[in-house]
Structure formats: structure tokens, C-alpha cells
Design a protein around this ligand. Structure first.
Ligand code: SAH
Length: 389
């Protein structure tokens, strides 16, 4: 999870502030999640029970906009409807296993899904921005060598409701007058390997009538870079921001850091990125995690300049957030400075990100790993399907 932010250099305290989490009753998990329903399916459900279809919008906007967690609080619905909803549906089917609060306002949730799978999501506060970082899969199949999320492979894709539920849990951490402003699909997993469910969840995120009302310009899908799925995303007519995790300017190095690159290659990836730009007009973003002595040399910076010079693109450079047990390190400030100088002199539109939430294991998959004690996580059957599918 890239929980960086382009702001201050404030150092963060060592100890997170942890709060006890209330357990939810187990019975709630036997009900269907209402977050899996669409407005259309709710209209059908209401029709079967003799309720008018306009109630669908009412029910859903109570959940997405008015932040109620209980059907009985939907005060403008008839009591009979509230009771029927309550008998059939749950609003939340997961539980928050742990919540961490950073001194810089970053909050991270470790969420346990109904089947025991665990994912992470993060709220970042930055001036007026309230950004959230959301997971798309339990684990990840991409195998980027420096990332904690993929160390045990992928267990499964998240459902639409499970993706939306993360958004709602983070939204409910805000004060009543605050609204979520940005979403990044940069949590655990590869969003383009679960594209249909990600797009369904983002429909709710951008829906201004019943949903969260976040402009698609403020919604970023971050990908390791799967060309067929980038094309499908372009065809879906959803003008989200696309961020491509590049991490290296040439194939040999990229394949070392991001092994799926072996089946993709930087040239086909750049061609897919160009097609996305041509189809949507949205400026591309490339992500580049700086790893000491691996991809932080002046030669790498020069090659990056050549690769990106003629593109309408922004390069986000993120100092590595070290993962316990992995041998990778953050470069020294001098090499970061030198790297930056070469890119800027080369005319690249570059942003150097400051990490946030360092004190709370905010990088991708770190918290889940730290809390990895239950055996179910390792006994799940891994679906190491081809990322190119
Ligand atoms: N699979 C997607 C999205 C999830 S990761 C992707 O690859 O883009 C979001 C970003 O965080 C990616 O750029 C990823 O490479 C980066 N990242 C993962 N672990 C990190 C770490 N420990 N420090 C800094 N960035 C990290």
C-alpha cells in the first residue's frame, strides 16, 4: 500500500495509538450483504414485497450518504420495510480486527472478512483532502519482490460489497461534516486482476445521487501494468486516473523487481499506457518506488528521462517503506536528491512523495503480515492464475 503523501517532512512518533475494537455479533454474518446489491436489484427485491421502487434510492443513500449502520435508523421508511430489510440483509459483514492511528492523522484498518480472509485499508488526512486507499484482493499474485502484500500469493478476489465496505468503514471514521475526497486502489491486490468487481464498487464511489459522489478524476486505479486489462478499462468509459507501477526503466531490472514483467515487457506496457491516454485524455501517472542500490542510480534516472520524456505523464517517486524481513532499503537522502535532479533537468513532471503513517505499518500488507498468526491464511488454496488473463 502506498500511503505516501506529497507534504511535510515531519517525523512521526514511534508508537501508534491503538483503540480496542468492539466485536460484532456473529449472527450478522449469516445475512446477505446489502452492499452486494445494485439499485436495480433492490428495486426488484422491493417490488417482490409490494414496496414502491423509489424506496431503493432511499435505502441505499441512507447507507452510502447518511452513514447509518442500522436499518431501524432509516427513519423515513415504514417500520414494516425496516423490519424486512433487517431480517434479510446486513450492512457490514466484515469486522475491524485492528485500528491504528498515526500522529499525522493516517488511520489504518485491518479487516477480517466473513470467511476469515484479511485485508487492509487506510484513511489519509492531508489538508482538506480525505483520501482512502482500498484493497481489491486478499493477498496478491503479482509477486513484486519488495512488497508485503504478495508474499503469500493471492487467496481470492474481493466482491463488490467487500470493496465498498472498506470505503464505508473509512468514511465512518470522519467527522459528520467531512467527506471522502479521493480514492486510490492501492491497497492489497492487483485491481486490474479483479476489474469487474472494482468497476462495480467504483460506480458507487462516483455516484452523486445515492453513492459517495467522488469525481472519477479523484479516483486512481494503480496497476502493476496488465495491457489487456488496461485496454478493457479504457473501453469501460470510466475516466479514472490510471497509475502504473513502473519501478524500473528497463526490462531486466523491472523483471527482477516486478516478476510479471517477464510476460509483459516495458514496450508493450508503454503502448497500452498510450492507448489509455488516447482513449480517455487522462494524464498518466507512473509510480516508482526507490530502492537503495537497485533502481536509484543516476543511470536509472537518465533512462527514465528517455522513457517518459515525450509522454503526458507524471512520475511519482516514493521512497521505499521497509518491510520487516525483506532485504530492501530506502536510499540515502543524497541519492534521492541526485535522482530527483536528473529527472527535473530532463523535463520530467515528477513528484517526490513523502511517506505517511510510518508509525503504523501503512505500507501494503504490512499490518496483516505482522498479525499473521491464524493458520487459515496459509492453508487457503492459492490461485496463482496468469496475471495476463
Ligand atoms: N497492484 C497494484 C496496486 C497495489 S500497490 C500496483 O502494483 O500498482 C500500490 C503501490 O505501492 C505500488 O506502486 C506498489 O509497488 C507500491 N508499494 C508496495 N509496497 C511498498 C513499500 N513497501 N513501500 C513503498 N511502496 C510500496
Amino acid at each position: 500500500m502506498s500511503s505516501e503523501n506529497p507534504t511535510t517532512n515531519e517525523s512521526l512518533p514511534a508508537e501508534p495509538i491503538a483503540e480496542p475494537i468492539k466485536e460484532q455479533p456473529a449472527a450478522i454474518q449469516l445475512k446477505t450483504s446489502i452492499l452486494e446489491e445494485t439499485e436495480e436489484s433492490m428495486v426488484d427485491w422491493l417490488g417482490e414485497r409490494g414496496f414502491p421502487k423509489y424506496r431503493a434510492k432511499q435505502v441505499l443513500s441512507w447507507i452510502y450518504q447518511r452513514r447509518v449502520d442500522n436499518f431501524q435508523d432509516m427513519s423515513d421508511l415504514p417500520k414494516s420495510l425496516r423490519n424486512e430489510l433487517e431480517a434479510e440483509f446486513a450492512i457490514f459483514t466484515s469486522k475491524t480486527q485492528e485500528a491504528q492511528h498515526s500522529e499525522d492523522g493516517t488511520e489504518k484498518l485491518l479487516i477480517e472478512l466473513a470467511d476469515g480472509g484479511r485485508i487492509e485499508c487506510v484513511l489519509l488526512r492531508d489538508g482538506p483532502r480525505r483520501s482512502i486507499c482500498v484493497s481489491s484482493q486478499v493477498g496478491c499474485a503479482m509477486g513484486c519482490v519488495f512488497c508485503a502484500s504478495g508474499l503469500d500469493g493471492v487467496d481470492r478476489n474481493l466482491t463488490r460489497g467487500e470493496i465498498v465496505e472498506q470505503m464505508l468503514r473509512l468514511q465512518r471514521l470522519l467527522d459528520p461534516e467531512e467527506r471522502l475526497s479521493h480514492i486510490v486502489m492501492m491497497g492489497m491486490g492487483e485491481p486490474l486482476a479483479n476489474l469487474p468487481r472494482v468497476l462495480e464498487a467504483l460506480e458507487i464511489a462516483k455516484d452523486g445521487e445515492i453513492g459517495l459522489g467522488i469525481s472519477p478524476r479523484r479516483i486512481t486505479i494503480s496497476t502493476v501494468g496488465l495491457p489487456p486489462a488496461i485496454d478493457r478499462l479504457a473501453e469501460s468509459n470510466s475516466p479514472y486516473q490510471l497509475a502504473i507501477s513502473l519501478h524500473a526503466p528497463y526490462d531486466e531490472l523491472r523483471t527482477r523487481l516486478v516478476p510479471v514483467n517477464n510476460k509483459i515487457g516495458i514496450v508493450p506496457l508503454m503502448e497500452a499506457a498510450d492507448r489509455y491516454f488516447n482513449a480517455t485524455g487522462r494524464r498518466l501517472t507512473f509510480e516508482y518506488v526507490l530502492l537503495k542500490d537497485l533502481n536509484d542510480s543516476p543511470a536509472c534516472a537518465e533512462q527514465l528521462v528517455k522513457l517518459l520524456r515525450r509522454k503526458t505523464a507524471m512520475l511519482n517517486v516514493i521512497p521505499y517503506n521497509p518491510v520487516p524481513g525483506l532485504p530492501y532499503e530506502t536510499p540515502a537522502p543524497e541519492s534521492i536528491h541526485e535522482f530527483r535532479k536528473i529527472l527535473m533537468e530532463g523535463g520530467i513532471n515528477v513528484m517526490f512523495r513523502q511517506r505517511k503513517g510510518n508509525d503504523i505499518q501503512a505500507a501494503c500488507g504490512q499490518l496483516r503480515r505482522l498479525r499473521e498468526k491464524e493458520p487459515h491464511l496459509v492453508s487457503f488454496q492459492k490461485q496463482r492464475s496468469s496475471p495476463l488473463e
